[in-house]
Design a binder for this molecule. Structure first.
Ligand code: FES
Ligand code: FES
Length: 157
């Protein structure tokens, strides 16, 4: 067992557990942050995406022992129901969710992507940026539209 200190959504957190415990399990089980979802558990679907020091990662593949003194942002740190982030609002407005299981991962990754752009991305650019996120419901068209809508709104803010 080790005690790991990390920052999650701007708050200092501590957890004592085996250092090999996946970050995703710590977020969900120890910190009650259940926005990040486990689908494949193998780094293939992106449903567990979080930001690690600002970089998108699959939290199912990151061990808690690797994030001592690191900063994590989960979908709960992007926005809330009462105060949605521009990406979350665009997903809602464009109807870009169905079952919603993939949505937190898409939102986190899209937020990271939007921080890197200074013009509205093309469909192909969005596809490349979000290529690590899988959705079995929507067919992706509305998700891509939502990311472009969020980008447009971001650029006129
Ligand atoms: S659950 Fe982590 S990538 Fe699928
Ligand atoms: S909305 Fe169901 S998996 Fe994407």
């Amino acid at each position: 067992m080790e005690t790991i200190q990390l920052t999650v959504n701007g708050r200092d957190k501590y957890v004592t557990c085996p250092p090999t415990k996946p970050l995703l399990d710590v977020l969900r089980d120890d910190f009650d942050l259940t926005g990040s979802k486990e689908c494949c558990g193998k780094g293939e679907c992106g449903s567990c995406t979080v930001l690690l020091d600002g970089i998108s990662v699959c939290s199912c593949l990151v061990l808690i022992g690797q994030v001592d003194n690191k900063s994590i942002t989960t979908v709960e740190g992007i926005g809330t129901i009462a105060n949605m982030d521009i990406v979350q609002q665009a997903f809602s407005d464009e109807g870009a969710t169905q079952c919603g299981y993939c949505t937190p991962g898409f939102v986190v990754n899209a937020k990271s992507f939007l921080n890197t752009i200074d013009q509205v991305p093309t469909v192909d650019e969005v596809k490349i940026a979000l290529g690590g996120n899988l959705c079995r419901c929507t067919g992706y068209t509305k998700i891509i539209k939502a990311v472009q809508t969020a980008a447009k709104r971001q650029l006129i803010e």
